[in-house]
Each structure stands twice: as structure tokens, then as C-alpha cells.
Design a protein around this ligand. Structure first.
Ligand code: FAD
Length: 321
């Protein structure tokens, strides 16, 4: 049975985030000839409307209200619930990002909808949408079907491949003025930490350091390797607790969940809580001087050695490729 799917297009600095295009690919898998629409909350959306159309949205709702910038859960929830009531989609897809994790449960609760979070795969079985999501810190996968007519899901970045853009595809732009009132919070100031390089959650390559890097400076060779590979730097909680790096880099059960094509774990023992955040990486390389380190049990390639000797050699090799 054909379905109407609505994708929430998250933007950052004016650009649609990659995970939102992945949501559009997910929508294509389950639409069964139905309609795929997108919603963007941005005051200057022309470029976004074009790119969302190229990745498969036939209609783009441009939701506007001057209280939507910067993001607040309250304002977005009001605007999004109004939009959903007007559009009446069967399935709503949102990226499993910090914003998505904040917004989706509020919207689901407000409208009394079911929510499947952290979806890594999506398909249709006998007309019903099947959502696959990891459980028990990634040790098993659960398949869920909705018993309701409308369902909301958050899609984990880097799991559902983006489809090719079609530059000839166009979409209707529909302006939607949200009515936002009685906000209990306003943002006075945003203090950003300096962030550079590739977004960790969406990176194709992650070079991650643990307590084995021994100091903040110990991360330098990892940064260099990540730069050569066009990747991002991550960390274990051990490294964050030791103040070698910022907690924003932490990967694991209580940190970020990443699914890169290549994950290089350097001086990380492989505790279950760390593995929960990276075990779905397509290829895992572990560098550890202890041949008994548990990380080797899940690694596709293991290098037993001192990371301060191994990483510069790898960096040189990759530079020459
Ligand atoms: P260690 O376990 O100390 O390992 C360091 C490794 O470096 C060792 O294997 C050692 O052989 C190797 N090494 C040392 N020197 C070198 C060298 N020169 N070259 C190569 N190898 C070297 N952890 C997370 O990472 N993420 C989480 O989200 C997280 N959440 C948690 C939640 C809870 C509720 C709890 C209780 C714990 C959580 N932890 C988490 C902590 C987790 O249990 C581990 O303590 C942590 O992952 C260990 O970090 P590590 O591997 O860097 O350090």
C-alpha cells in the first residue's frame, strides 16, 4: 500500500545535513509508489529546496516563523506538530542527531504517535514498514513494525546509503507559516566550542584515541592521520575522563554512536561501553600494544604495537597513496 512519507530536513549553517538525504533514501525504500515530502525550517531555503528535490522530495514545506532560529525544542515542537496535522503523513523520518533525538520524542508524545529510535535499516514486509534497530549496546538487532497508522522514526547517520542525486528533479515549494506562542524559554546566547574538520557522527573515517594516547598532545598523531584520511577524531571515555580531549569526542554508550566505513581504534582496550558506539563500523582497525586487549575480538585488522610508532608509519603510507 502506497504511503506518504515526510522527511524532516535538518540544516546546519544553511546546508541540509547528509543524514536528511539518507532519510530520503529510506523514504524511497518504503514509499511503495506513494508521496515523499520534506520539511525544512529555514528562512532562506531556495538552495535546500533544490537539493531536497534532487534527492527525491516531490514537495518541500518551508516552515517559517522568526522564533524558529535558533533551535528550541518548544518552538520546533509547536511548528512541527502543526505541520504534521496539516500534511497527515503515514511515516515521519528524522535524523538520529542531537536535534532529532531532542525533537522526535516531544513530537511523538504531543501527537500520541509511536516512535522507533536509532533505526539502522528499513524495509517493507507485506505492506508494513519494518524498522531495524540495535539493542543491548549493539549486540543484537530488533525488528519493529508499527501497529498504528502513523509512526515516527529517527534514522542513525551513515547506515542507509544516500541515493544518487538527479539534477533534473524539481519539487513544489509550499510555504507554511507556523503559529508559535507562549514559549517558556528563549535563547539569549550560544557559546560554541571551536569545532573543526569533519562532523564525527557523519564521518566516513574515524581515528579514535583512548587512554593509551597518554596526554592531550598524544592526540596530535591521530589528528594528522584523520586529516590525511579526510576523517574525524574520536575518543574513548577513558581519554575524555583523563582530560586528554573534550567530551564532545566521546564515542560509546554514553557518547556518540558512529558508523563510519573505517574506524581506527588507537590505545583503546575495547570495553563494552565503547564498543556500543562503534561496533557497526564497516571496517575496524585496532592498534594496541597488548595482544590480549578485547578490542582485537571485534577488529577486522589488528596491529599489536606502540601507537606512537604505528600511526606515523600509517600516515606516511596514506600520504603517498
Ligand atoms: P583503558 O581501558 O585504560 O585502555 C587503554 C588501552 O591502551 C589498553 O588496552 C592498553 O594496552 C593500550 N595502550 C596503552 N599504551 C599504548 C600504546 N603506547 N600503544 C598502543 N596501545 C597502548 N567508555 C567509552 O569509551 N565510551 C562510553 O560511552 C562509555 N560509557 C560508559 C558508561 C558507563 C555506565 C560506564 C560504567 C563506563 C563507560 N565507559 C565508556 C567506560 C569504559 O568502561 C572504559 O572504562 C573505557 O572505555 C576505557 O577507555 P580506554 O579503552 O581508553 O582505556
Amino acid at each position: 500500500m502506497s504511503k506518504k512519507i515526510l522527511v524532516f530536513a535538518e540544516t546546519r549553517e544553511g546546508n541540509v545535513r547528509k543524514v536528511s538525504y539518507e532519510c530520503l533514501s529510506a523514504a524511497h525504500r518504503i514509499a511503495e509508489g506513494g508521496e515523499i515530502v520534506a520539511a525544512v525550517f529555514d528562512s532562506n531555503p531556495s538552495q535546500q529546496v533544490t537539493s531536497l528535490a534532487q534527492y527525491g522530495a516531490s514537495q518541500v514545506y518551508v516552515v517559517s516563523n522568526n522564533q524558529l532560529d535558533p533551535y528550541t525544542a518548544e518552538a520546533y515542537t509547536q511548528a512541527f506538530t502543526q505541520l504534521l496535522s496539516a500534511v497527515q503523513p503515514d511515516v515521519i523520518l528524522i535524523g538520529h542527531t542531537a536535534l532529532g533525538k531532542d525533537l522526535a520524542p516531544r513530537v511523538a508524545a504531543r501527537l500520541g504517535l509511536g516512535l522507533v529510535s536509532d533505526v539502522t535499516d528499513i524495509s517493507v514486509d507485506d505492506g508494513e514498514v519494518v524498522f531495524t534497530r540495535p539493542i543491548y549496546a549493539g549486540k543484537a538487532f530488533q525488528k519493529k513494525k508499527s501497529v498504528e497508522n502513523t509512526i515516527l522514526a529517527t534514522i542513525r547517520p551513515n547506515n542507509i546509503p544516500m541515493q544518487e542525486a538527479d539534477v533534473h528533479r524539481m519539487a513544489n515549494q509550499v510555504d507554511f507559516a507556523a503559529d508559535i506562542r507562549d514559549l517558556k524559554t528563549t535563547i539569549k546566547e550560544i557559546v560554541r566550542k571551536a569545532a573543526n574538520g569533519v562532523d564525527l557522527a557523519e564521518a566516513k573515517v574515524v581515528v579514535s584515541g583512548g587512554r593509551g594516547v597518554k596526554s592531550a598532545e598524544g592526540f596530535d598523531p591521530l589528528r594528522e592521520l584523520a586529516e590525511v584520511l579526510g576523517g574525524a577524531v574520536g575518543a574513548s571515555r577513558g581519554a575524555c575522563d583523563a582530560e586528554y580531549c573534550d567530551y564532545s569526542l566521546q564515542i560509546g554508550q554514553t557518547g556518540k554512536v558512529v558508523t563510519p566505513d573505517l574506524y581506527i581504534a588507537c590505545g583503546i582496550s575495547g570495553a563494552i561501553q565503547h564498543v556500543a558506539g562503534m561496533s557497526n563500523a564497516k571496517v575496524i582497525v585496532a592498534i594496541n600494544k597488548d595482544p590480549e586487549a578485547p578490542i582485537f575480538k571485534i577488529a577486522d585488522y589488528g596491529i599489536v604495537g606502540d601507537l606512537f610508532e604505528v600511526i606515523p608509519l600509517l600516515t606516511e603510507e596514506f600520504k603517498n597513496m
